[in-house]
Write a protein that binds this ligand. Structure first.
Ligand code: PHB
Ligand code: FE
Length: 356
């Protein structure tokens, strides 16, 4: 629920320091600056002003405020949920389409630019004229998001980990930080992990507690002379059993624009993703329950329980969020073509890939 800022329990601290972030593009200065306050004397957290948005946090909540014709509105999000969502925006470079932190606030990737929105995809707020959208240069917004993430995240809390594994250090006043977790090295696979010159297999990571039964042997690859370095195979189940993060599809095979992005899932997908293209899901193990809603309005459209072996095409005009009690393995198959959002938005492509 958003509420008038005047009624908010805690006003964001007034920015005391204007820090212009580095110029972007060809020496251009960004049109926006981000203002950062001194640490709040009680909580230790700073407040941030990004364009017309204001972000502050207290012991339990992140408060986001934005301007409307009826004055500023304030919306609160549990700080752990906010940090998990912001971590994905940072790690995925704003991802494909919409990253809804919840039904009110989120980002829309315009590839080079990014919009932050409040209420824009919440039918009631948008119809009432209380929504707000502001567009930023992506590199500029990314620097701001990283600064907020670093400040709002206390020591011991890993926004990529399952709740059972990272605990509750996200709550309470600021205590240290966890730069190592949020600046994790991002594995950039060019073709496939384990290929010469490509990203490593995860032999140095432990098998996750949920995947103790996964065989750890690798396939034997015998290559005909002349095909050395061109033929490759690895044990994907072993690779996934050693993933130390959740809800983080990472590129694991590249075939032109076709990307296989498997991931391990436990608890709740920290964002409600609004697709700007069709995505295919292959449930590799265990189960995920998906709630699927209209991308624009949030009206419910489907509920899908995917069991091991199930395949689904998630349409280009939906938002979705997954729930997985037992850590599970999911293959997300993405097409990275740059023209897809336009083709779907203009209606040149239907939002679904198959007609029965
Ligand atoms: C998705 O929105 O399609 C998505 C995002 C993250 C995941 C899985 C699916 O871990
Ligand atoms: Fe999605």
């Amino acid at each position: 629920m958003a509420m008038p800022e005047s009624a908010a329990t805690r006003e964001p601290a007034k920015p005391t320091e204007e820090r212009a972030l580095p110029a972007t593009g060809e020496g251009r200065r960004p049109e926006h600056t981000v203002a950062v306050s001194d640490p709040d004397p009680k909580t230790g957290f700073r407040s941030f002003a990004l364009g017309q948005f204001r972000f502050s946090r207290d012991e339990y909540f992140v408060h986001v405020t934005w301007p409307t014709p009826k004055g500023r509105l304030e919306h609160r999000i549990s700080a752990d949920a906010f940090l998990r969502a912001l971590m994905r925006d940072v790690a995925w470079g704003f991802f494909y389409g919409l990253v809804n932190f919840d039904s009110m606030f989120g980002s829309r990737n315009l590839y080079g630019h990014v919009q932050f929105f409040a209420g824009r995809y919440h039918e009631a707020y948008h119809k009432a004229g209380l929504s707000y959208v502001e567009e930023f240069d992506s590199a500029f917004a990314m620097t701001a998001c990283k600064a907020i993430l670093r400040d709002f995240c206390s020591a011991g809390f890993d926004p990529f980990a399952a709740p059972e594994e990272t605990g509750t250090t996200w709550a309470g006043p600021k205590q240290g930080d966890n730069v190592a977790a949020i600046d994790r090295f991002r594995v950039a696979t060019k073709r496939m992990p384990g290929l010469f010159g490509d990203s490593p297999l995860r032999d140095d990571l432990p098998v996750n507690r949920a995947f103790a039964d996964i065989p750890q042997d690798e396939p034997v690859v015998e290559t005909e002379p002349g095909f050395e370095g061109k033929l490759h195979a690895f044990n994907l189940f072993k690779y996934l059993s050693r993933s130390d993060v959740t809800w983080n599809p990472s590129v694991t095979s590249v075939c032109r624009q076709s990307l296989f992005c498997p991931t391990t899932e436990e608890y709740i997908l920290p964002i409600i993703h609004g697709n700007d293209r069709v995505e295919w899901f292959v449930q590799l193990s265990d189960e995920i329950d998906w709630e699927v809603a209209d991308k624009e309005t949030g009206k419910p459209r489907a509920r899908i329980l995917m069991k091991a072996g199930d395949v689904a095409a998630m349409p280009a005009d939906i938002r979705h969020q997954g729930y997985s009690t037992k850590r599970s393995m999911l293959l997300v198959w993405e097409n990275a073509r740059l023209d897809l959002p336009d083709l779907y938005e203009s209606g040149k492509l239907k939002p679904y890939p198959v007609e029965f």
